[in-house]
Design a protein. Structure first.
Lengths: 78, 439
């Protein structure tokens, strides 16, 4: 049981990192304050970006669930 | 409109505006997720042991500083243990590199497309740093040296490489998630995502460390004094944050078609503290690096570690204060020179027929602006440095420990971010009705 969750956790972690990097870094963070000016473009996000959001949230939820499941398993195991 | 209580009325207005309400609730949701993640331990960590060790060390100076930025997440080895530190470090590194590497400089000058590319580099660098730090911290936890002076196994299965691997990957993914959360706030919420997340972490440790003052000193008098001094400091910080010099600008009247434009007189506001809280965040996160690096030395006997432990940790040593002060002043000038470009402003004014009374347009205006700016930045920089030092000195005198809750850094971050965010909310509010928080 632990192995299944471990493998799943590693996979979702990698997926999550990949997905976040795919996002179009919307000038967030400190670099935005650095003379970026008004960098966020007008209009909403594109369809692709919105789907990416959904997939990221999905991956995040699975990732979270895996961590909690692993935590509980390890706690009862020791 | 009937007269309401001023502050609460503004809050009610903020929540009555549907657009603003959605944004505020969104930010709250993200903060909740962020705090939740900061409490969930990474798989493989022996929670009970970590908690016992953590309690023993809670009031130690070094750990206080580390905890300030991670909101207690780092030492408890949670999934968001690394927090926003990798992102901040990556931004600092990239900003410094822009000055050094010509390729990056041309990218920056390209405008928005180039800026996006730099942001993308920052993100990659963040993840690289996250992997590095996660590996370091997991290795420390494995050797039981993360929480020094506490010899209980911090992990369930210390020998297995698999546990290490899982921890590193989980923490790195956690950092990626934090980065995304921050960007979401910037994008769809209010205020700057990263600074709001820092704010959350600082505020999260606040009640606990305030109470620590009471328990360690065991006197209501000192507790009261601390709170009063804190309030005075907050007032002083707000006073200076709001201070600005207004350079008058006259616009010439001109006709475009049949319409009349301009002819108005406005001003360019130059804040005394143009740089905001960024210099403080930069200086303290730079000073935090050696403390972190010192932890990797397990024996703790090498001269370098000794040097760091005596001079660069905790903030009670004069040398530490001097370096801190110097760094803040440097970063204030650095940041102001990046954000406010007198040549550009002078050029824009010339284009639209504006001039400062008594000064010719073009080159003289530019010189005048940069003269005023560098003059006004000096008190701003001194103020930032002093505010972050005053508590250190004052409380070395009454012998409170250094991770005092009203420490300059945390107070500047709290007030600065809060003011910024409130101003943004207010500007949104003013699109609908004119009553705001500040007047």
């Amino acid at each position: 049981m632990t192995t299944v969750f471990t493998v799943l956790l590693i996979l979702t972690s990698l997926l999550l990192i990949l997905l976040v990097l795919l996002h179009k870094g919307r000038g967030g963070g400190l670099s935005d304050m650095f003379g970026g000016g008004v960098s966020s473009g007008l209009g909403g996000s594109s369809v692709a970006e919105r789907n990416l959001d959904r997939i990221t949230v999905g991956a995040g939820v699975i990732w979270f669930a895996c961590i909690i499941a692993l935590g509980l398993l390890l706690k009862s195991g020791s | 409109m009937k007269k309401e209580d001023q502050v609460l009325g503004a809050f009610a207005n903020a929540f009555r505006t549907p657009d603003l309400r959605r944004k505020l609730l969104f930010v709250l949701l993200i903060i909740v997720i962020f705090r939740l993640g900061s409490q969930i331990p990474t798989p493989g960590v022996h929670v009970a042991n970590v908690q016992t060790c953590f309690r023993q060390l809670e009031n130690d100076g070094l750990y206080g500083l580390i905890n300030l930025f991670s909101g207690g997440a780092l030492l408890q080895l949670t999934i968001f243990a690394l927090g926003i530190m990798p992102y901040i470090t990556a931004s600092i590194i990239l900003q410094l590199l822009v000055v050094v590497i010509p390729r990056l400089e041309t990218l920056k000058k390209e405008g928005q497309a180039g800026q996006t590319k730099i942001t993308q580099y920052t993100r990659y660098l963040t993840l690289a740093l996250a992997i590095l730090q996660a590996t370091g911290i997991s290795a420390l936890a494995r050797n039981r040296t993360l929480l020094q002076g506490c010899d209980q196994p911090l992990l369930h299965n210390e020998d297995s490489l698999m546990t290490m691997l899982i921890m590193v990957i989980t923490m790195t993914a956690g950092t990626a998630v934090i980065m995304w959360l921050g960007e979401l706030i910037t994008d769809r919420g209010i205020g700057n995502g990263m600074s709001i997340l820092i704010f959350t972490q600082v505020v999260a440790t606040f009640p606990a460390s305030l109470w620590a003052v009471k328990t360690s000193q065991d006197s209501w008098w000192i507790f009261g004094t601390v709170i009063v001094i804190g309030l005075v400091l907050v007032a002083a910080v707000i006073f200076i944050e709001q201070a600005q010099r207004r350079i008058p600008v006259q616009y010439a009247r001109r006709m475009v078609g049949r319409r009349m434009f301009g002819g108005s007189s406005t001003y360019i506001p130059l804040k005394v503290n143009q740089a905001g809280i960024i210099p403080v965040i930069f200086a303290s996160s730079l000073l935090y690096l050696p403390a972190l690096a010192a932890q990797f030395d397990q024996s703790g006997t090498s001269p370098v570690t000794n040097f760091i432990a005596t001079y660069l940790v905790g903030g009670s040593h004069p040398l530490y204060m001097a370096i801190y002060f110097g760094l803040i002043i440097f970063f204030t000038y650095f940041y102001v020179s990046i954000t406010f470009n007198p040549a550009e402003v002078a050029d824009n004014m010339k284009k639209y027929g504006g001039f400062i009374p008594g000064i010719r347009a073009g080159k003289p205006t530019e010189e005048y602006l940069s003269y005023v700016l560098s003059r006004i930045t000096l008190p701003g920089a001194l103020y930032l440095g002093l505010i972050s030092l005053v508590p250190l000195i004052a409380f070395a005198l009454i012998n409170a420990n250094q991770n005092f809750p009203f420490g300059g850094t945390s107070i500047l971050i709290m007030v600065g971010v809060a003011l910024d965010t409130v101003k943004q909310i207010e500007s949104q509010l003013q699109q609908r009705n004119y009553e705001g928080f500040l007047r």
